[in-house]
Design a protein around this ligand. Sequence first.
Ligand code: ARG
Length: 458
Amino acid sequence: MPLWDGRFQEGPDALVLRLSESISYDRRLYPFDIQGSMAHAKMLARQGIIPPEDGEKILQGLAQVREELDRGEFVFHTEMEDIHMNVESRLTQLIGAAGARLHTGRSRNDQIATDERLYLRHVDDQLQGEIRGFQKALHALALQNRDALMPGFTHLQHAQPILFAHHLLAYVEMLERDRERLADTRHRINRLPLGAGALAGSTLPLDREFVARELGFEAVLQNSMDAVADRDVSLEFLADLSILAMHLSRLAEDIILWFSQEFAFVEIGDAFTTGSSLMPQKKNPDMAELTRGKTGRVYGALMGLLTTMKGLPLTYNRDLQEDKEGLFDAVDTVSLVLRTLTAMMATVKLRRERMEQAASDPALMATDLAEALVRQGVPFREAHHQVGRFVASCQNRGITLAQADLALMRESIPTATEEFLSLFDPRHSTQARNLLGGTAPAQVEAQLQRWQQTLSQE
Ligand code: ARG
Protein backbone atom coordinates (compact mmCIF):
# COMPACT_ATOMS: atom_id res chain seq x y z
CA MET A 1 0.00 0.00 0.00
CA PRO A 2 1.18 3.58 -0.65
CA LEU A 3 2.28 5.68 2.31
CA TRP A 4 -0.90 7.80 2.08
CA ASP A 5 -3.34 4.90 2.53
CA GLY A 6 -4.97 5.96 5.85
CA ARG A 7 -8.33 7.11 4.53
CA PHE A 8 -8.64 4.47 1.81
CA GLN A 9 -10.46 1.14 1.98
CA GLU A 10 -8.94 -0.35 -1.17
CA GLY A 11 -5.57 -0.03 -2.84
CA PRO A 12 -5.23 1.67 -6.23
CA ASP A 13 -6.23 -0.08 -9.45
CA ALA A 14 -3.37 -1.47 -11.53
CA LEU A 15 -4.04 1.12 -14.24
CA VAL A 16 -3.88 3.89 -11.67
CA LEU A 17 -0.45 2.71 -10.66
CA ARG A 18 0.73 2.70 -14.25
CA LEU A 19 -0.56 6.17 -14.97
CA SER A 20 0.62 7.73 -11.74
CA GLU A 21 3.99 6.16 -11.07
CA SER A 22 7.06 8.28 -11.67
CA ILE A 23 9.62 5.95 -10.09
CA SER A 24 10.59 4.60 -13.52
CA TYR A 25 12.17 7.96 -14.30
CA ASP A 26 12.45 10.03 -11.12
CA ARG A 27 14.73 7.37 -9.60
CA ARG A 28 17.66 9.30 -11.01
CA LEU A 29 16.89 12.04 -8.49
CA TYR A 30 17.85 9.77 -5.59
CA PRO A 31 21.17 11.46 -4.65
CA PHE A 32 19.34 14.77 -4.40
CA ASP A 33 16.33 13.32 -2.61
CA ILE A 34 18.59 11.81 0.05
CA GLN A 35 20.70 14.96 0.33
CA GLY A 36 17.52 16.99 0.92
CA SER A 37 16.17 14.49 3.45
CA MET A 38 19.41 14.51 5.40
CA ALA A 39 19.38 18.29 5.73
CA HIS A 40 15.71 18.19 6.73
CA ALA A 41 16.31 15.50 9.40
CA LYS A 42 19.26 17.42 10.87
CA MET A 43 17.09 20.51 11.14
CA LEU A 44 14.20 18.59 12.78
CA ALA A 45 16.54 17.22 15.47
CA ARG A 46 18.30 20.55 15.97
CA GLN A 47 14.96 22.29 16.48
CA GLY A 48 13.83 19.62 18.97
CA ILE A 49 10.97 18.61 16.68
CA ILE A 50 12.18 14.99 16.67
CA PRO A 51 14.37 13.27 19.31
CA PRO A 52 18.10 13.65 18.58
CA GLU A 53 18.63 9.88 18.59
CA ASP A 54 15.96 9.47 15.93
CA GLY A 55 17.68 12.18 13.90
CA GLU A 56 20.91 10.17 14.11
CA LYS A 57 19.17 6.96 13.08
CA ILE A 58 17.57 8.67 10.10
CA LEU A 59 20.95 10.01 8.92
CA GLN A 60 22.59 6.61 9.24
CA GLY A 61 19.64 4.87 7.60
CA LEU A 62 19.61 7.32 4.68
CA ALA A 63 23.34 6.78 4.18
CA GLN A 64 22.67 3.04 3.98
CA VAL A 65 19.81 3.53 1.51
CA ARG A 66 22.12 5.66 -0.62
CA GLU A 67 24.74 2.91 -0.64
CA GLU A 68 22.15 0.38 -1.76
CA LEU A 69 21.14 2.74 -4.54
CA ASP A 70 24.75 3.49 -5.53
CA ARG A 71 25.51 -0.23 -5.71
CA GLY A 72 22.37 -0.94 -7.75
CA GLU A 73 21.03 -3.23 -5.03
CA PHE A 74 18.02 -1.12 -4.12
CA VAL A 75 14.70 -2.75 -5.01
CA PHE A 76 12.27 -0.21 -6.46
CA HIS A 77 8.54 -0.67 -5.89
CA THR A 78 6.08 0.78 -8.39
CA GLU A 79 3.31 0.82 -5.77
CA MET A 80 5.45 3.35 -3.90
CA GLU A 81 4.92 5.67 -6.90
CA ASP A 82 7.95 7.89 -6.72
CA ILE A 83 11.51 8.23 -5.45
CA HIS A 84 10.38 9.99 -2.26
CA MET A 85 8.18 7.17 -1.02
CA ASN A 86 10.56 4.46 -2.22
CA VAL A 87 13.39 5.94 -0.17
CA GLU A 88 11.22 6.63 2.87
CA SER A 89 9.68 3.17 2.99
CA ARG A 90 13.07 1.46 2.67
CA LEU A 91 14.39 3.75 5.41
CA THR A 92 11.57 2.71 7.73
CA GLN A 93 12.21 -0.96 6.93
CA LEU A 94 15.83 -0.44 7.94
CA ILE A 95 15.51 1.72 11.07
CA GLY A 96 11.93 1.14 12.23
CA ALA A 97 9.86 3.75 14.05
CA ALA A 98 12.38 6.61 13.69
CA GLY A 99 11.90 6.47 9.91
CA ALA A 100 8.27 7.47 10.40
CA ARG A 101 9.46 10.87 11.73
CA LEU A 102 11.37 11.95 8.62
CA HIS A 103 8.38 13.39 6.77
CA THR A 104 7.53 15.72 9.68
CA GLY A 105 6.82 19.25 8.46
CA ARG A 106 7.38 18.27 4.85
CA SER A 107 5.27 17.41 1.83
CA ARG A 108 6.26 15.68 -1.38
CA ASN A 109 5.34 19.01 -2.96
CA ASP A 110 8.19 20.95 -1.38
CA GLN A 111 10.36 17.82 -1.48
CA ILE A 112 10.17 17.34 -5.26
CA ALA A 113 10.68 21.06 -5.85
CA THR A 114 13.84 20.83 -3.73
CA ASP A 115 15.10 17.65 -5.42
CA GLU A 116 14.68 19.25 -8.82
CA ARG A 117 16.56 22.37 -7.85
CA LEU A 118 19.45 20.27 -6.50
CA TYR A 119 19.41 18.27 -9.74
CA LEU A 120 19.30 21.41 -11.91
CA ARG A 121 22.18 22.98 -9.98
CA HIS A 122 24.23 19.83 -10.53
CA VAL A 123 23.59 19.57 -14.28
CA ASP A 124 23.99 23.34 -14.65
CA ASP A 125 27.57 23.01 -13.38
CA GLN A 126 28.14 19.93 -15.52
CA LEU A 127 26.90 21.58 -18.72
CA GLN A 128 28.90 24.75 -18.07
CA GLY A 129 31.98 22.51 -17.88
CA GLU A 130 31.04 20.68 -21.08
CA ILE A 131 30.55 23.98 -22.91
CA ARG A 132 34.03 25.01 -21.78
CA GLY A 133 35.39 21.71 -23.12
CA PHE A 134 33.78 22.34 -26.49
CA GLN A 135 35.06 25.92 -26.60
CA LYS A 136 38.56 24.56 -26.00
CA ALA A 137 38.20 22.11 -28.89
CA LEU A 138 37.05 24.90 -31.24
CA HIS A 139 39.86 27.15 -30.02
CA ALA A 140 42.45 24.41 -30.59
CA LEU A 141 41.23 23.83 -34.16
CA ALA A 142 41.27 27.59 -34.81
CA LEU A 143 44.79 27.86 -33.39
CA GLN A 144 46.13 25.00 -35.52
CA ASN A 145 44.70 26.66 -38.62
CA ARG A 146 45.20 30.28 -37.63
CA ASP A 147 46.20 31.39 -41.16
CA ALA A 148 43.67 29.35 -43.18
CA LEU A 149 41.48 31.45 -45.47
CA MET A 150 37.95 30.74 -46.60
CA PRO A 151 35.07 32.64 -48.13
CA GLY A 152 32.66 34.09 -45.59
CA PHE A 153 28.99 33.69 -46.55
CA THR A 154 25.80 35.69 -46.43
CA HIS A 155 22.69 34.11 -47.95
CA LEU A 156 25.00 31.10 -48.45
CA GLN A 157 26.64 33.14 -51.23
CA HIS A 158 30.36 33.95 -51.25
CA ALA A 159 30.63 37.35 -49.59
CA GLN A 160 34.12 38.34 -48.40
CA PRO A 161 37.31 36.46 -47.54
CA ILE A 162 37.67 35.59 -43.86
CA LEU A 163 39.94 33.55 -41.66
CA PHE A 164 38.60 30.08 -40.78
CA ALA A 165 39.68 30.83 -37.20
CA HIS A 166 37.41 33.90 -37.19
CA HIS A 167 34.47 31.69 -38.16
CA LEU A 168 35.19 29.20 -35.37
CA LEU A 169 35.69 31.96 -32.80
CA ALA A 170 32.22 33.27 -33.67
CA TYR A 171 30.88 30.01 -32.18
CA VAL A 172 33.19 30.31 -29.17
CA GLU A 173 31.52 33.68 -28.48
CA MET A 174 28.00 32.24 -28.85
CA LEU A 175 28.87 29.36 -26.55
CA GLU A 176 30.21 31.82 -24.00
CA ARG A 177 26.83 33.54 -23.84
CA ASP A 178 25.22 30.10 -23.50
CA ARG A 179 27.50 29.41 -20.55
CA GLU A 180 26.76 32.82 -19.03
CA ARG A 181 23.03 32.17 -19.33
CA LEU A 182 23.45 28.91 -17.40
CA ALA A 183 25.53 30.72 -14.78
CA ASP A 184 22.79 33.37 -14.37
CA THR A 185 20.06 30.75 -14.21
CA ARG A 186 21.98 28.94 -11.48
CA HIS A 187 21.33 31.82 -9.06
CA ARG A 188 17.58 31.52 -9.56
CA ILE A 189 17.74 27.71 -9.29
CA ASN A 190 19.72 27.93 -6.07
CA ARG A 191 16.87 28.85 -3.68
CA LEU A 192 15.18 26.58 -1.15
CA PRO A 193 11.54 25.38 -1.40
CA LEU A 194 11.60 23.10 1.71
CA GLY A 195 9.54 24.43 4.57
CA ALA A 196 6.73 25.34 2.19
CA GLY A 197 5.01 22.08 3.15
CA ALA A 198 2.09 21.13 0.94
CA LEU A 199 1.47 24.82 0.16
CA ALA A 200 1.01 26.98 3.27
CA GLY A 201 4.06 26.33 5.46
CA SER A 202 3.99 24.46 8.78
CA THR A 203 2.75 24.83 12.35
CA LEU A 204 6.12 23.40 13.48
CA PRO A 205 9.17 25.62 14.20
CA LEU A 206 11.14 24.65 11.10
CA ASP A 207 14.42 26.47 10.46
CA ARG A 208 14.46 27.05 6.73
CA GLU A 209 17.61 29.18 6.82
CA PHE A 210 19.51 26.29 8.38
CA VAL A 211 18.31 23.85 5.69
CA ALA A 212 19.28 26.35 3.00
CA ARG A 213 22.81 26.64 4.42
CA GLU A 214 23.13 22.85 4.74
CA LEU A 215 22.20 22.41 1.08
CA GLY A 216 24.30 25.32 -0.19
CA PHE A 217 21.29 27.32 -1.38
CA GLU A 218 21.83 31.07 -1.72
CA ALA A 219 18.38 31.96 -0.39
CA VAL A 220 15.07 30.65 0.90
CA LEU A 221 12.01 31.03 -1.35
CA GLN A 222 9.89 33.68 0.36
CA ASN A 223 6.38 32.45 -0.50
CA SER A 224 5.34 28.88 0.27
CA MET A 225 2.73 28.78 -2.50
CA ASP A 226 5.20 30.01 -5.11
CA ALA A 227 7.71 27.45 -3.82
CA VAL A 228 5.51 24.42 -4.60
CA ALA A 229 3.57 25.75 -7.60
CA ASP A 230 6.14 27.05 -10.04
CA ARG A 231 8.59 25.35 -12.36
CA ASP A 232 9.94 28.50 -13.97
CA VAL A 233 13.54 27.55 -13.21
CA SER A 234 13.10 24.32 -15.17
CA LEU A 235 11.61 26.36 -18.01
CA GLU A 236 14.46 28.86 -17.88
CA PHE A 237 16.95 26.02 -17.91
CA LEU A 238 15.20 24.45 -20.92
CA ALA A 239 15.20 27.82 -22.67
CA ASP A 240 18.96 28.07 -22.05
CA LEU A 241 19.41 24.56 -23.45
CA SER A 242 17.23 25.36 -26.46
CA ILE A 243 19.35 28.37 -27.39
CA LEU A 244 22.51 26.32 -26.85
CA ALA A 245 21.09 23.50 -29.00
CA MET A 246 20.22 26.06 -31.71
CA HIS A 247 23.85 27.24 -31.76
CA LEU A 248 25.14 23.68 -31.94
CA SER A 249 22.70 22.97 -34.74
CA ARG A 250 23.94 25.91 -36.81
CA LEU A 251 27.53 24.82 -36.37
CA ALA A 252 26.46 21.31 -37.37
CA GLU A 253 24.89 22.73 -40.52
CA ASP A 254 28.12 24.59 -41.36
CA ILE A 255 30.05 21.35 -40.93
CA ILE A 256 27.60 19.42 -43.10
CA LEU A 257 28.08 22.00 -45.86
CA TRP A 258 31.87 22.09 -45.50
CA PHE A 259 31.97 18.28 -45.64
CA SER A 260 29.84 18.08 -48.82
CA GLN A 261 31.52 17.33 -52.17
CA GLU A 262 30.43 20.76 -53.40
CA PHE A 263 32.35 22.60 -50.68
CA ALA A 264 34.94 19.94 -49.77
CA PHE A 265 36.49 22.25 -47.14
CA VAL A 266 36.97 19.68 -44.36
CA GLU A 267 37.67 16.03 -43.62
CA ILE A 268 36.19 14.33 -40.58
CA GLY A 269 37.80 11.30 -38.93
CA ASP A 270 36.35 7.87 -39.71
CA ALA A 271 35.34 7.35 -36.08
CA PHE A 272 32.93 10.29 -36.36
CA THR A 273 31.38 9.55 -39.74
CA THR A 274 29.17 6.71 -40.94
CA GLY A 275 28.78 4.62 -44.07
CA SER A 276 25.76 3.74 -46.17
CA SER A 277 24.27 0.25 -46.02
CA LEU A 278 23.75 0.42 -49.76
CA MET A 279 26.28 2.78 -51.35
CA PRO A 280 29.81 1.54 -50.64
CA GLN A 281 31.49 4.87 -51.43
CA LYS A 282 29.54 6.94 -48.88
CA LYS A 283 31.03 8.70 -45.87
CA ASN A 284 28.35 10.71 -44.13
CA PRO A 285 28.47 13.45 -41.45
CA ASP A 286 25.75 11.78 -39.35
CA MET A 287 26.95 13.19 -36.02
CA ALA A 288 26.45 16.71 -37.32
CA GLU A 289 23.05 15.73 -38.75
CA LEU A 290 21.99 14.20 -35.43
CA THR A 291 23.14 17.33 -33.63
CA ARG A 292 20.84 19.30 -35.92
CA GLY A 293 18.04 16.75 -35.60
CA LYS A 294 18.12 16.39 -31.84
CA THR A 295 17.58 20.12 -31.45
CA GLY A 296 13.90 19.39 -32.12
CA ARG A 297 13.46 17.29 -29.00
CA VAL A 298 15.13 19.94 -26.84
CA TYR A 299 12.71 22.60 -28.11
CA GLY A 300 9.97 19.99 -27.65
CA ALA A 301 10.79 19.64 -23.95
CA LEU A 302 10.54 23.43 -23.53
CA MET A 303 7.23 23.63 -25.42
CA GLY A 304 5.89 20.59 -23.58
CA LEU A 305 6.52 22.01 -20.13
CA LEU A 306 5.26 25.48 -21.06
CA THR A 307 2.06 23.83 -22.24
CA THR A 308 1.76 21.69 -19.11
CA MET A 309 2.08 24.76 -16.91
CA LYS A 310 -0.15 27.25 -18.64
CA GLY A 311 -3.54 26.41 -17.16
CA LEU A 312 -2.63 25.25 -13.67
CA PRO A 313 -4.33 26.97 -10.74
CA LEU A 314 -2.12 27.51 -7.71
CA THR A 315 -0.60 25.54 -6.17
CA TYR A 316 0.63 21.99 -6.72
CA ASN A 317 -1.25 19.88 -9.27
CA ARG A 318 -0.28 16.39 -10.30
CA ASP A 319 0.27 17.67 -13.84
CA LEU A 320 3.56 18.99 -12.48
CA GLN A 321 4.89 15.45 -12.32
CA GLU A 322 5.11 15.72 -16.13
CA ASP A 323 7.97 18.22 -15.75
CA LYS A 324 10.66 15.58 -15.51
CA GLU A 325 11.07 13.30 -18.53
CA GLY A 326 11.43 16.09 -21.08
CA LEU A 327 13.88 17.92 -18.84
CA PHE A 328 16.01 14.82 -18.25
CA ASP A 329 15.96 13.99 -21.94
CA ALA A 330 16.97 17.52 -22.93
CA VAL A 331 19.86 17.51 -20.45
CA ASP A 332 21.07 14.07 -21.55
CA THR A 333 20.74 14.99 -25.23
CA VAL A 334 22.60 18.30 -25.05
CA SER A 335 25.32 16.80 -22.89
CA LEU A 336 25.88 13.86 -25.26
CA VAL A 337 25.88 16.12 -28.31
CA LEU A 338 28.37 18.51 -26.70
CA ARG A 339 30.74 15.70 -25.76
CA THR A 340 30.47 14.08 -29.20
CA LEU A 341 31.12 17.33 -31.07
CA THR A 342 34.06 18.07 -28.77
CA ALA A 343 35.67 14.74 -29.66
CA MET A 344 34.77 15.11 -33.34
CA MET A 345 36.44 18.52 -33.65
CA ALA A 346 39.79 16.96 -32.77
CA THR A 347 39.50 14.82 -35.95
CA VAL A 348 38.65 17.67 -38.34
CA LYS A 349 41.29 18.39 -40.99
CA LEU A 350 41.08 21.30 -43.40
CA ARG A 351 41.46 21.13 -47.15
CA ARG A 352 43.17 24.49 -47.12
CA GLU A 353 43.91 24.68 -50.85
CA ARG A 354 40.19 24.25 -51.66
CA MET A 355 39.20 26.82 -49.07
CA GLU A 356 41.81 29.34 -50.19
CA GLN A 357 40.86 28.82 -53.84
CA ALA A 358 37.21 29.52 -53.02
CA ALA A 359 38.26 32.66 -51.13
CA SER A 360 40.34 33.88 -54.08
CA ASP A 361 37.49 34.75 -56.46
CA PRO A 362 38.27 38.44 -57.17
CA ALA A 363 34.55 39.25 -56.95
CA LEU A 364 34.84 38.77 -53.17
CA MET A 365 37.05 41.87 -53.11
CA ALA A 366 34.43 44.17 -54.71
CA THR A 367 33.75 45.78 -51.32
CA ASP A 368 37.48 46.50 -50.98
CA LEU A 369 37.36 48.47 -54.26
CA ALA A 370 34.37 50.47 -53.07
CA GLU A 371 36.10 51.28 -49.77
CA ALA A 372 39.25 52.37 -51.67
CA LEU A 373 37.02 54.90 -53.45
CA VAL A 374 35.61 56.04 -50.11
CA ARG A 375 39.18 56.74 -49.01
CA GLN A 376 39.48 59.02 -52.09
CA GLY A 377 36.45 60.93 -50.82
CA VAL A 378 33.79 59.33 -53.06
CA PRO A 379 30.44 58.94 -51.24
CA PHE A 380 29.85 55.26 -50.50
CA ARG A 381 26.61 54.97 -52.48
CA GLU A 382 28.37 56.36 -55.55
CA ALA A 383 31.40 54.09 -55.00
CA HIS A 384 29.05 51.08 -54.67
CA HIS A 385 27.40 52.02 -57.97
CA GLN A 386 30.71 52.39 -59.86
CA VAL A 387 32.04 49.06 -58.64
CA GLY A 388 28.71 47.42 -59.48
CA ARG A 389 29.07 48.69 -63.06
CA PHE A 390 32.62 47.31 -63.17
CA VAL A 391 31.42 43.87 -61.95
CA ALA A 392 28.73 43.83 -64.63
CA SER A 393 31.12 44.84 -67.42
CA CYS A 394 33.57 42.05 -66.44
CA GLN A 395 30.70 39.57 -66.34
CA ASN A 396 29.56 40.65 -69.81
CA ARG A 397 33.07 40.07 -71.16
CA GLY A 398 33.35 36.73 -69.41
CA ILE A 399 36.43 37.73 -67.40
CA THR A 400 37.13 37.93 -63.67
CA LEU A 401 37.58 41.33 -62.00
CA ALA A 402 41.30 40.65 -61.69
CA GLN A 403 41.64 40.08 -65.45
CA ALA A 404 40.52 43.61 -66.29
CA ASP A 405 43.25 46.18 -66.98
CA LEU A 406 43.24 49.69 -65.61
CA ALA A 407 41.72 51.17 -68.79
CA LEU A 408 38.74 48.82 -68.61
CA MET A 409 38.35 49.44 -64.89
CA ARG A 410 38.35 53.20 -65.52
CA GLU A 411 35.39 52.88 -67.87
CA SER A 412 33.31 52.12 -64.75
CA ILE A 413 35.50 53.60 -62.03
CA PRO A 414 37.00 56.83 -63.47
CA THR A 415 39.33 57.52 -60.52
CA ALA A 416 40.73 53.96 -60.26
CA THR A 417 44.52 53.84 -59.75
CA GLU A 418 47.20 51.14 -60.12
CA GLU A 419 46.70 50.38 -56.43
CA PHE A 420 43.17 49.16 -57.21
CA LEU A 421 44.59 46.34 -59.34
CA SER A 422 46.38 44.95 -56.28
CA LEU A 423 43.23 44.67 -54.18
CA PHE A 424 42.28 41.22 -55.48
CA ASP A 425 44.46 39.28 -53.06
CA PRO A 426 42.23 37.60 -50.40
CA ARG A 427 45.00 37.65 -47.80
CA HIS A 428 45.50 41.35 -48.31
CA SER A 429 41.74 41.78 -48.05
CA THR A 430 41.58 40.12 -44.61
CA GLN A 431 44.63 42.06 -43.41
CA ALA A 432 42.89 45.29 -44.34
CA ARG A 433 39.94 44.55 -42.00
CA ASN A 434 42.07 45.46 -39.04
CA LEU A 435 39.63 46.83 -36.52
CA LEU A 436 38.31 45.40 -33.28
CA GLY A 437 36.18 42.37 -34.09
CA GLY A 438 37.38 42.23 -37.71
CA THR A 439 38.84 39.25 -39.55
CA ALA A 440 42.41 40.65 -39.93
CA PRO A 441 45.02 38.10 -38.82
CA ALA A 442 46.28 40.54 -36.17
CA GLN A 443 42.77 40.86 -34.72
CA VAL A 444 42.11 37.13 -34.84
CA GLU A 445 45.46 36.52 -33.17
CA ALA A 446 44.51 38.87 -30.34
CA GLN A 447 41.18 37.06 -29.91
CA LEU A 448 42.89 33.67 -29.94
CA GLN A 449 45.13 34.90 -27.16
CA ARG A 450 42.25 36.36 -25.15
CA TRP A 451 40.39 33.04 -25.36
CA GLN A 452 43.55 31.12 -24.52
CA GLN A 453 43.64 33.08 -21.24
CA THR A 454 39.95 32.69 -20.47
CA LEU A 455 39.80 29.00 -21.35
CA SER A 456 42.90 28.08 -19.37
CA GLN A 457 41.56 29.73 -16.22
CA GLU A 458 39.35 26.74 -15.37
N1 ARG B 1 5.96 12.48 -7.92
C1 ARG B 1 5.39 13.73 -7.61
C2 ARG B 1 5.88 14.79 -8.62
O1 ARG B 1 6.85 14.57 -9.22
C3 ARG B 1 5.81 14.18 -6.24
C4 ARG B 1 4.83 15.11 -5.60
C5 ARG B 1 3.55 14.41 -5.41
N2 ARG B 1 2.68 15.16 -4.59
C6 ARG B 1 1.41 14.85 -4.47
N3 ARG B 1 0.69 15.57 -3.68
N4 ARG B 1 0.84 13.88 -5.15
O2 ARG B 1 5.28 15.80 -8.79
